[in-house]
Structures are given as C-alpha cells and as structure tokens.
Design a protein around this ligand. Structure first.
Ligand code: ACO
Length: 316
C-alpha cells in the first residue's frame, strides 16, 4: 500500500492544565513533567461524527478523490454514543459514499491494525482506495473526578486514504490479553435472564504497568519492523509514536539511542487522542511539508488489550 492523502480534525475547545486544576487536585507542573501535556482538545459543542467527517473530507481532498472513489471505509474507534451501527456506517452516510464499512477496536493501536487490514484487502480484493479514519473521544469515558487518568486524554480524528503500492515495507502486530491494566466497562441492558452485577466503570488504568508494557513492546515492535524492512535507525527519518505520554516516548527513544528531532510530538497540544494520535501527527507533518518524498517512517502504537503494532512505510 501507499498513503495518498491525510486529514485531521480537532475539537475547538482547548482545556489547559490550569483549567483542570480548578476542579481537580492537580497542577500544571505535575501534569507537564509526568506527561508532557500542556493542554488537550475536548469535545463540547461538536460531535465525534463531525470530527470524523471533517478529517475524512480533508484526507479525500488531499488525495484528490471524492467519496465515490472509496472502496472501503475502516474506522478505528473505542467508544462513541452509538454501539450500533458502526461509526464507519454513520460516516459513510454523511459523506455519501456507497462502499462497505467496518469498525475495529484495537484501542490506541487501532491505526496500525487498520493499516494491516487495509493491506490485506488491497492484496486480496479489487479494492483500490481505502479510507482509514481514527475517531476517538476518550474524554467521554474517563472519570473526570479521577486525576491520574482524566488529565491524560484529548479528543480528535485523523484519517488517511491508502491505495495499492509498494511503500509498506513491514508491519507487525501483537496482542497479549491483559484486561486489568487498562479497561473501560459499559453497562448492558438487564434481561429477565441476566442482570448487571456491576455498573459502568469509567477508564481504569494501572499507569505503571501501562508504562512498562508500552516501552518494552514498542521497542521490540520497532526493532522487528526495521529488521523485516532491512533498515536501521539511521535510515528512518521519523519515528511516529502513539502520543500517550512524553516520558514513554522519551524512554523508547533512549532505548533506540536516537535524537529527539526524529520523534515529532504534538502531545503537548492535544493530549492522548488514542488511535487518532498517529494519523493526526502524520497529517500535521505532511501539511507542514516536513516529510520529504521517499522518507522512511516508522510508526508504533500500543494500547488496551494489550494491543501493539508497528510499521515501516516509505512516504510517497
Ligand atoms: N496531579 C497530581 N498528582 C497526581 C496526579 C495528578 N494529575 N495523578 C496522580 N497523582 C499522584 C498520585 O496520587 C501519587 O500520589 P501518592 O504518591 O501520594 O500516592 C503520585 O502522583 C505519584 O503517582 P504515580 O502513579 O506513582 O505517578 P507516576 O510517576 O507513575 O505517573 C502516570 C503516573 C503519568 C500515569 C504514569 O504512570 C504513566 O505515564 N503511565 C503511563 C500511562 C499512560 O500513558 N496512559 C495512556 C493511556 S493508555 C495508552 O495510551 C496506551
């Protein structure tokens, strides 16, 4: 595959650390030094659907395509207010596309899982153009009274259009079932035969375990794709990592002995936007003309599951 268009969209409301400190026992210094986050965009007036559609339109425009040119829509999303139909179906209707649609939940690694599915579809079927849109509103499933999780997240959408090509050099995925370290549990309806023993539980995270799993898995995934692509760190122009936490990114970078300029970041502005974080970052770099043609990009993400993934892809 190759990426032929990128797009992103963010909520209009910026919430600074000082704004959080008005109702949480926290402060700007703690949040910045532990996470790198200065502010995050939070859905208020707009809907996730609107952000997803805007990111999609931007990616289609960038690719020089219209919705009619799409052969498949893959949407990465953890949760939104529709359990069914899938968010991809809702986006399809809004942009007036007619292709099949599928949602996937690879948590924060969803973009990598979607790239893998898209690559398989491009190879197996007659599909030409596939939209991958990652749309996430984690601020709607964290507990806003709980300072260790609520300060970390922001909302947003990032999209790419991919088509046939030889630019994807390697891709690896791993899943290791570890539910307790990171989960969000929703309430189902009671029935005459099954009642809810427990209620909805906003996001629960064991931060230290997530930190260790994220660093070890990302370093292993990155080394694996570089080996499969027969490249070294020196061949890589940018490492685009899931924007979870500045200290996780720094630790991965130090394991690889690389300079900070190879690890672009936007977590300070947007917080952790889950699976949308890599496509948003990619779109920003692309629109700022910071990625030269033929540059090698290595992307790596990790999240609940525990699901991880990485790929090496040449910029077209
Ligand atoms: N403001 C002030 N103090 C806080 C806050 C806050 N927002 N949150 C926690 N604290 C306090 C804790 O209560 C604790 O106080 P105590 O010592 O009196 O008990 C103290 O800070 C230290 O807490 P720790 O959990 O030890 O802090 P740590 O240095 O581990 O940092 C953090 C916590 C930032 C969550 C860290 O564990 C981390 O980065 N984990 C990775 C989590 C992550 O990035 N998740 C992203 C979502 S998942 C994903 O995208 C894959």
């Amino acid at each position: 595959m190759k990426i032929i268009g990128t797009g992103s969209a963010l909520p209009s409301l910026s919430v600074t650390n000082d704004m959080l400190a008005r109702f949480l026992d926290t402060d700007d210094h703690w949040i910045q030094t532990r996470t790198g986050i200065q502010q995050r965009r939070v859905i208020s007036k707009e809907s996730l659907k609107e952000l997803a559609v805007k990111a999609t339109q931007n990616a289609l425009d960038d690719a020089g395509l219209t919705a009619a040119d799409l052969d498949y829509i893959l949407c990465s999303n953890i949760a939104n207010n529709y359990v069914t139909p899938a968010l991809s179906c809702i986006i399809q209707g809004e942009i007036e596309a007619t292709c099949p649609c599928l949602d996937l939940n690879g948590a924060c690694a969803g973009f990598l899982y979607a790239l893998d599915i898209a690559e398989a579809f491009l190879n197996s079927y007659q599909d030409k153009n596939i939209l991958i849109v990652c749309a996430e509103e984690p601020t709607r499933f964290v507990n806003w009274n709980e300072r260790s999780t609520s300060v970390l997240f922001g909302d947003g959408a990032g999209a790419v259009v991919v088509t046939k090509g030889t630019n994807l050099k390697a891709l690896t995925l791993t899943t290791t079932s570890k539910v307790d370290v990171l989960y969000y549990r929703r309430l189902l309806e009671n029935t005459p035969y099954a009642a809810n023993a427990e209620g909805t539980e906003p996001l629960v995270m064991n931060g230290r375990d997530v930190f260790k799993l994220a660093v070890s898995s990302s370093v292993a995934d990155i080394k694996k794709v570089m080996q499969e692509a027969s490249i070294t760190c020196e061949d890589v122009s940018y490492f685009l990592l899931h924007q979870a936490n500045i200290r996780i990114i720094d630790s991965i970078r130090e394991h690889l002995s690389q300079s900070p300029d190879k690890f672009p970041q936007n977590i300070e502005k947007y917080g952790n936007t889950s699976s949308a974080s890599i496509p948003i970052l990619l779109d920003e770099l692309s629109r700022a003309n910071k990625i030269k043609s033929k540059s090698m990009l290595v992307m790596s993400a990790f999240g609940a599951g525990f699901c991880t993934g990485a790929c090496a892809i040449e910029w077209d």
